[in-house]
Design a protein. Structure first.
Length: 403
C-alpha cells in the first residue's frame, strides 16, 4: 500500500484535535486507502485496535445501518465507557440517512476522534454546517499526481526518463487502481468507465433525483468536449437548442452543479487581475481526472491543449492553491493560483512551435507587473529559455516542482 504523504501529513496534524476530519473527493480517488493508512498511524501511536471503530458503508456488512439512529446505536455498542479514547472511521458516510445527527451526537456523548469520507461535496453544505459549524476540517483528495506515479510504480525519478513517464501518465490518468497492475490503455479505460458509472449513478443521479439520465450524459459529453473553453449553462442550453433539443437553462445549471458536487468536474471562475475581483461569467470546467475523458469519449489528439491544462489545474489544487482563470484587460491567463502568501501565474500550451505561438503565450504574463512567479508550461524539450523573468518549463518538470 502506497503512503500518500501529501494527505497523511496534513491529516495527521489533526489527530486528537477537536475537529471532525472530513475527507472528500472523486469516487476511487483513494479516500478509503487514506483511512486505512490513518488506522496504521494510530497503531504506531500505541492505539489498540479495540479503540478503532471502522465502518465502510459500501460494504454489505453495514447495509442495515440506514438511519442516524441505526448508526448511533451501533457505534454506542462499540464505544465502552472505560476512560479510553475511541477513533471512529466512517467511510462513504453519505449512504446513511441524516448521518450528521449521529456524528454530532458522537462528539457530545463519546470520548472520540472522528474521521469521515464522502464522494459528494454536499457533505460540507448546510447538512454538515448546521450540526458541526466550526467543528470540522476538510481535506480534499485527488487522483494521484505525477510525482506520486513514481511511488505507485516503485521507481525513482533518477532511474527513468521522466518525459517518457509523463507520456504514460498523460494517457493513463491518475486513478490509483490503474497502477495496481500492468493494464493496457483499453483495459484501464474500461475500469475508469465503471468508476464513472458509479459516480454518476450514486453521487449524481440518485442523490439529486435526476430523471433525464440521457440529458445528463449529453451534458457530460459537452463539458468534456469543451475542456479549457469559456463556458456557461446558457451556452450549453443554446447548443442543445441548435440540436433541436429544448433544454431549460436552469436544468443545465443544476446538472453542472450536481456533476461538480460529485467531483466529476471542477468549475474554475474567472478573476480580474487588475480589479482583483472574481467575475461571475465565462468560467471554465475541467475534469476530476483526464482518464474520465478517455473512458467516455476516447483519446483525442486535438484536445491535447485542454488535457494539459486539466493536468496543471489539478496539480495546483493538490498543492493547496485556489485556482482561477486570469483576466487582464482583453487578454487571458490560463491560471492564477493563490494560497497564503503565495501567487503564481501559469500559461499552458502544447508546443511553442513558431514565433506567433511564443508571442501569444508569453505576452499576457509579460503584461502583469508584479513580483510573483510566472510560467509558460509546455511539452517542449528543445529549449527552456526565460523571457524577461517569465519561465518556460516542460510540464513534467513543472509537476515535480516544489511550489
Amino acid at each position: 500500500m502506497v503512503k500518500r504523504n501529501l494527505y497523511l501529513n496534513k491529516i495527521s496534524e489533526f489527530i486528537d484535535k477537536p475537529f471532525v476530519k472530513v475527507i472528500t473527493g472523486l469516487r476511487r480517488s483513494g479516500k478509503s486507502t487514506i483511512l486505512i493508512l490513518l488506522k496504521e498511524e494510530l497503531k504506531k501511536r500505541n492505539v489498540h485496535k479495540e479503540q478503532i471503530v471502522y465502518l465502510n458503508f459500501e460494504s454489505f456488512e453495514f447495509s442495515h445501518l440506514n438511519t442516524s439512529s441505526d448508526l448511533y446505536n451501533y457505534v454506542k455498542g462499540k464505544v465502552l465507557k472505560n476512560g479510553l479514547r475511541y477513533y471512529i472511521f466512517l467511510d462513504e458516510v453519505q449512504m446513511v440517512g441524516e448521518w450528521e445527527k449521529a456524528v454530532n451526537s458522537f462528539l457530545v456523548d463519546f470520548n472520540a476522534d472522528i474521521y469521515i469520507t464522502g464522494s459528494n461535496s454536499q457533505l460540507l453544505s448546510s447538512e454538515l454546517a448546521t450540526y458541526l459549524a466550526g467543528r470540522y476540517v476538510e481535506f480534499q483528495v485527488f487522483t494521484i499526481s505525477f510525482a506520486e506515479l513514481f511511488l505507485f510504480k516503485n521507481i525513482t525519478k533518477d532511474s527513468v526518463d521522466i518525459y517518457k513517464e509523463f507520456l504514460h501518465y498523460l494517457r493513463m490518468g491518475g486513478f490509483p487502481v490503474l497502477y495496481t497492475a500492468n493494464y493496457s490503455f483499453d483495459t484501464a479505460y474500461k475500469i475508469v468507465y465503471d468508476i464513472y458509472s458509479s459516480a454518476i449513478l450514486r453521487d449524481t443521479i440518485q442523490r439529486n433525483k435526476i430523471r433525464d439520465v440521457e440529458l445528463l450524459e449529453r451534458v457530460v459529453r459537452y463539458v468534456f468536449d469543451n475542456i479549457g473553453n469559456n463556458f456557461s449553462a446558457k451556452k450549453v442550453a443554446d447548443y442543445f437548442k441548435s440540436q433541436q433539443r429544448k433544454v431549460d437553462f436552469n436544468t443545465v445549471y443544476n446538472y453542472l452543479k450536481a456533476l461538480e458536487e460529485a467531483y466529476i468536474i471542477h468549475r474554475i471562475q474567472r478573476y480580474d487581475i487588475k480589479g482583483k475581483e472574481i467575475l461571475k461569467t465565462q468560467e471554465k470546467y475541467y475534469m476530476g481526472d483526464i482518464a474520465l475523458l478517455y473512458a467516455i469519449m476516447g483519446y483525442k489528439d486535438r484536445m491535447i491543449s485542454g488535457i494539459l491544462e486539466n493536468i496543471v489545474m489539478l496539480e495546483l489544487k493538490r498543492k493547496g492553491f485556489k485556482v482561477f482563470v486570469g483576466k487582464s484587460g482583453l487578454t487571458e491567463i490560463d491560471f492564477v493560483a493563490e494560497k497564503t502568501g503565495q501567487k503564481i501565474y501559469v500559461q499552458v500550451a502544447y508546443l511553442l512551435s513558431e514565433p506567433s505561438t511564443i508571442e501569444r503565450e508569453f505576452s499576457p504574463l509579460l503584461k502583469v507587473k508584479d513580483h510573483y512567479p510566472k510560467y509558460v508550461v509546455t511539452m517542449d524539450n528543445l529549449w527552456k529559455d526565460n523571457i524577461d523573468g517569465v519561465i518556460h518549463i516542460n510540464i513534467a518538470d513543472f509537476l515535480l516542482m516544489d511550489i
